[in-house]
Design a protein. Structure first.
Length: 115
C-alpha cells in the first residue's frame, strides 16, 4: 500500500507564492511518474504538472512559466513551487504517483488565491 501526504496549501493573495510538498511512503516499487493535479467544484480534475523518474517535466499551459515541479528521488517526495499565483489557480491540489504497482492519489490540499 502506498500513502501520499500533501502539505503546503493555504490562502495567498494574487501574485504571491506557495510551495506544495508530497511525500510518498509504503510499499513503493519503481516509481515512474509523480505529479500534481487540481480540481474545483463541478469541474474535472486537471493536470498541473508531472515529473518522471528521469527528470522530464510536463506542465499545463495555464501554469507554464509560473509553476515549477521538482522531485527528490531519495525521499520519494515531489514539490510544486507556485509563483505569480492567480485567483483561477484556486482549487484542491492532489498529488499523484504512478509506479509499477498502480496509480495512487493523496487526499489533496486546498489552495486559495484571493484577488
Amino acid at each position: 500500500q502506498v500513502h501520499l501526504v500533501e502539505s503546503g496549501g493555504g490562502l495567498v493573495q494574487a501574485g504571491g507564492s506557495l510551495r506544495l510538498s508530497c511525500a510518498a511512503s509504503g510499499s513503493i516499487f519503481a516509481i515512474y511518474v509523480m505529479g500534481w493535479y487540481r480540481q474545483v467544484p463541478a469541474k474535472q480534475r486537471e493536470l498541473v504538472a508531472t515529473v518522471t523518474n528521469g527528470g522530464s517535466t510536463n506542465y499545463a499551459d495555464a501554469v507554464k512559466g509560473r509553476f515549477t515541479i521538482s522531485r527528490d528521488n531519495t525521499k520519494n517526495t515531489v514539490y510544486l513551487q507556485m509563483n505569480s499565483l492567480k485567483p483561477e489557480d484556486t482549487g484542491v491540489y492532489y498529488c499523484t504517483l504512478r509506479s509499477r504497482t498502480g496509480v495512487y492519489w493523496g487526499l489533496g490540499t486546498q489552495v486559495t488565491v484571493s484577488s
